[in-house]
Design a protein around this ligand. Structure first.
Ligand SMILES: Cc1cc2nc3c(=O)[nH]c(=O)nc-3n(C[C@H](O)[C@H](O)[C@H](O)COP(=O)(O)O)c2cc1C
Length: 204
């Protein structure tokens, strides 16, 4: 069964909750399964080596995951209006995949979690799209139809699902935020499945 990769970084667990909801949306689509992967933290002092297997949660991503997936959901907490360094560090190591067109023509979406409601969700989501566009990916947004985008009082944007976690990350994912995360996963999986049966057309 083809996999859609859900790749995220999460320090306190909020982005991870969104990742799991997106994965559940992906798995609502028959014939596709979600592959959850994360990235190790980076050291601010010097190059550090994490153990091969994280203490908890899904395994660390390997470059082969990018080759094997038919679509990608990329998630990161917002850090000063941008993605977190560990995710950027991983992406900066994908030059061989860029040269080889590994991700070209595959669909992708982005998601984030913030401490404050207006703390840069949309800026983060838009900037996370940039490396995916360089890789030739087909970036999907979240349509207003059949989603609570118009009425949400928390996260959720046309650029991708998001979560307002609060300053202490204590806010639960709201029903509206969860609905949009699941809808995004479903949309990604349906698109990935459609494109994967016509890979030559998708890569054009
Ligand atoms: C260095 C740093 C920078 C941050 N920058 C922002 C920010 O620009 N806007 C915001 O709303 N929250 C910011 N936060 C809060 C995180 O985005 C928020 O706690 C997020 O929900 C954490 O997700 P996680 O639980 O997946 O790690 C920042 C946190 C850290 C540690």
């Amino acid at each position: 069964m083809p996999d859609v990769l859900v790749l995220y970084y999460s320090r306190h667990g909020s982005t991870r909750k969104l990742a799991e909801l997106i994965a559940s949306g992906i798995e609502r689509v028959p014939g596709v399964q979600a592959r959850l992967r994360t990235v190790p933290p980076v050291s601010t002092v010097c190059e550090a080596t994490a153990p091969d297997i994280p203490d908890e949660g899904p395994p660390y991503v390997e470059l082969r995951d990018l080759h094997e997936c038919i679509g990608l959901a990329l998630g990161s907490p917002t850090r000063f209006g941008n993605m977190a360094a560990p995710m950027k560090y991983f992406l900066d190591g994908t030059i061989a995949e860029w040269l080889g067109g590994t991700l070209t023509g595959k669909p992708a979406c982005v998601f984030t979690s913030t401490g404050s409601l207006h703390g840069g969700q949309e800026a983060t989501l838009l900037s996370m799209m940039l490396p995916l566009l360089h890789h030739g990916m087909l970036v999907l947004g979240l349509p207003y139809g059949n989603t609570p985008l118009m009425t949400t009082s928390g996260g959720g944007t046309p650029y991708g699902p998001s979560h307002h976690a609060g300053g202490d990350n204590a806010r639960a994912v709201s029903d509206d935020e969860a609905t949009m995360a699941i809808a995004m996963g479903q949309r990604l999986a349906e698109t990935a499945l459609r494109l994967s049966v016509a890979p030559a057309a998708a890569a054009r």
